[in-house]
Ligand binder design. Structure first.
Ligand code: DCP
Ligand code: CA
Length: 406
């Protein structure tokens, strides 16, 4: 028998949590924003969406689309708490729960049906439990399908507060006329490329000769072919298991025992960049920053700080690491430094509530792409320009000009 995978996706997540908490804004058009005047809409209630409000709009744009819109300042700890409680509900149906983002999870319920009944009964029971736990204003939409790729597609079919099932025998019909751009992972740019070679639907993508796809898109060609056929054999990876790391970090023995605060900060920046890149690559973010310090006499200790939100960016890891070190009041020269993050969640991207954070995110992504292609630190933060990789030591700040981005 094939697998039965569910994809649970909360509806207008931040907005729904806010509406549940505050009866005055229920059933009203609301937008969740950051605290600065230049913030953008992180999400909006379905009442606002029907008036044309979209994620990413400035407050001004949202107000122009919907003059009655009410803005609420986002509160990440509240959403994380809701997410944690959601996961514990989902885990009561199967141990195979993979958190895909702060408000999305995959469940492999293949083995749960003997206990909980058919997939639709499981879906109805999950919805009942969500309502019981959070109240009727926090709802989810659920996709049921033979794999994660299709389950994710199905959960979008009847939003909000709906569900949709794609049975194995319905896959071909479902994909035949579906625009490729609707498929998870195919963004507007890739869609344009595909359209250019006359591929508009998933049906057409699946039928297209894989050899031609490979010559156009390299290794991605084979993946695209599978996507067109609705094939996805990736397992649901349960939280806290398997390849789930508990923490990730890097250490560095300094070129000389260091007492200079600026040099120590630069080392922290370098290490934070390494950690952030690794986290981004493996799609983790963490809530705890750990700093390891070894003095010249080899006395070694760690200090940690747990934040109320998940972070992944170099800047956030670095800022926290600096605060930790400042609190330590270093007593001896430092021989080795380490920076790490723990309390990791996979796929729970850092929530960019502010335009500056969004920009930071895009910069990090671009830096990753360039560094993957041309080697680590080809492009790096302005302060790290001049870092000589081979020497394994931290930069003289006045060294050669690098490609400054930060
Ligand atoms: N989010 C954010 N910034 C973005 C996108 C999303 O801060 N650029 C936050 C707000 C969302 C939450 O993440 O509430 C979940 O994102 P979704 O894309 O799942 O959007 P919603 O849950 O809000 O809406 P939908 O009902 O379409 O799933
Ligand atoms: Ca959602």
């Amino acid at each position: 028998m094939g697998k039965v995978i569910l994809h649970v996706d909360m509806d207008a997540f931040f907005a729904a949590v806010e509406q549940q908490c505050n009866p005055k804004i229920r059933k009203k058009p609301i937008g969740v924003v950051g605290s600065s005047e230049r913030t953008v809409v992180a999400t909006s209630s379905y009442e606002a969406r029907s008036r044309g409000v979209k994620t990413g709009m400035t407050k001004h744009e949202a107000r122009r689309a919907c003059p009655e819109i009410h803005f609420v300042e986002g509160n990440n700890p509240k959403y994380i708490d809701t997410s944690v409680r959601l996961v514990s509900i989902l885990k009561s149906f199967t141990p195979l729960v993979e958190l895909a983002s702060i408000d999305e999870a995959f469940l492999d319920v293949t083995g749960s049906m003997a206990l909980f009944g058919d997939p639709i009964s499981i879906v109805q029971e999950i919805k009942r439990r969500v309502k019981e736990e959070f109240g009727s204003h926090v709802t989810c939409s659920i996709g049921i399908a033979p794999n994660k790729l299709l389950a994710k597609l199905a959960s979008r079919k009847n939003k909000p507060n709906g569900f949709f099932q794609i049975r194995p025998e319905e896959v071909d019909t479902f994909l035949r006329d579906l625009a490729v751009g609707k498929m998870y992972g195919i963004g507007p740019k890739l869609e344009k490329h595909l359209n250019r070679i006359q591929i508009r639907t998933c049906g057409e993508l699946g039928r297209f000769p894989v050899s031609v796809l490979k010559s156009c898109f390299g290794v991605l060609g084979e993946i695209l072919h599978s996507v067109g056929l609705g094939i996805d054999s990736s397992p649901v990876i349960p939280i806290g298991e398997g390849c789930f790391a508990r923490s990730m970090g890097h250490t560095l023995t300094l070129r000389k025992d260091e007492t200079d605060a600026e040099a120590i900060r630069l080392n922290l920046l370098y290490l934070s960049e390494l950690v952030s890149r690794r986290a981004r690559k493996s799609n983790y973010c963490g809530r705890t920053v750990v700093v390891m310090i070894r003095y010249s006499d080899f006395h070694t200790f760690t200090r940690r700080e747990t934040l109320g939100r998940y972070i992944i960016s170099t800047r956030d890891i670095y800022d926290t690491a600096c605060q930790i070190v400042e609190r330590v009041f270093l007593k001896k020269p430092v021989r080795l430094l380490g920076v790490g993050i723990s309390n990791l969640v996979r796929g729970c991207f850092q929530l960019p509530l502010f335009p500056s954070e969004e920009r930071g995110f895009r910069v990090s992504e671009t830096m990753d792409l360039i560094n993957d292609r041309f080697g680590d630190f080809s492009l790096t933060w302005g302060t790290l320009a001049g870092w000589d990789r081979r020497s394994g030591s931290i930069p003289e700040v006045s060294g050669k000009e690098g490609n400054r981005v930060g």
